[in-house]
Design a protein around this ligand. Structure first.
Ligand code: NDP
Length: 252
């Protein structure tokens, strides 16, 4: 299928590993120039860039700590300086720290909300203004979780709250800018084979897999293909939606 996104430019936050890395590859294969971000894993981020350049794509890696609102605020400008424009924003970076509410510090709560939700507000605001200035259409996809709807069962209430926040935020932003041709959607994941859940899966694989009706954990690549579709010209009529790619963990 021709996704119609060749020549577009995308920001993929958290593109050094896991789901973001797979999305960066998939978009680059569709002909999109990629600005992927990382926080600490410079070598891994640069390997992704090298791989994309190796198959003829164009990519850069940008270090940004999305827990820091000043840094998050500068991201879109930094990419515009390098590529001249941004057409697609994939808000993928996230953290999944473990703490039950009775022991949770305000610092832990704030860091999780900053990375998973506040940074999405800041990058989306700048991206929308960039699209409006250029009078061009744009696509935003946020990576959320089944936990946004089910809540957490294993000590991640701050994470679940941040991911629920993305739902209300995306619907509101989608309504504000539908007429400007800016589509805003979420992709809700269940359990994907990445570093984020590696330890939890090693310790308690049966507990997690038993909750997935399809009976298996997702591969990052299959999630990336869905994300690619959502930011493509084939999804122009989808906005304000949350697409569930959870192997059936989330059925609504
Ligand atoms: P990983 O832990 O594998 O990768 C996280 C990515 O986010 C890395 O690129 C990391 O950069 C980046 N990152 C982490 N903290 C920051 C920060 N403070 N500032 C900037 N970047 C940061 O995660 P996944 O690929 O598994 O998760 C991707 C998204 O999918 C997340 O939003 C997650 O919540 C969501 N999700 C994942 C599920 C799963 O089962 N894996 C299930 C449901 C949702 P660096 O490499 O430099 O550390």
């Amino acid at each position: 299928m021709n996704l119609g996104i060749k020549g577009k430019t995308a920001i993929v936050t958290g593109g050094s590993r896991g789901v973001g890395k797979a999305i960066s590859y998939a978009l680059a294969e569709a002909g999109v120039d990629i600005a992927l971000t990382y926080q600490g894993n410079k070598d891994q981020a640069e390997d992704v860039v090298k791989e994309i350049c190796h198959f003829g794509g164009k990519a850069i890696a940008i270090q940004v700590d999305l827990a820091n609102t000043n840094e998050a605020n500068q991201l879109v400008d930094r990419v515009v300086q390098q590529f001249g424009k941004v057409d697609i924003l994939v808000n993928n970076a996230g953290v999944w720290p473990k703490s039950y509410v009775k022991e949770m510090s305000l610092t832990e709560w704030e860091k999780t909300l900053n990375v998973n939700l506040t940074s999405v507000f800041l990058t989306s605001r700048d991206f929308v203004n960039h699209c409006l200035e250029r009078e061009k259409r744009g696509k935003i996809v946020n990576i959320t979780s089944q936990a946004a709807f089910h809540g957490s069962t294993t000590g991640h209430a701050h994470y679940a709250a941040s991911k629920s926040g993305l739902i209300g935020f995306a619907i509101s932003l989608a309504r504000e800018h539908a007429k400007d041709g800016i589509n805003v959607n979420n992709l809700a994941l269940g359990i994907v084979e990445t570093d984020m859940v590696k330890e939890a899966l090693e310790k308690n694989q049966a507990y997690y897999v038993d909750r997935i009706p399809l009976g298996r954990v997702a591969k990052p690549k299959e999630i990336a293909e869905i994300a690619c579709f959502l930011v493509s010209e084939k999804a122009n009529y989808i906005t304000g939606a949350t697409l569930d790619a959870t192997g059936g963990m989330l059925m609504r």
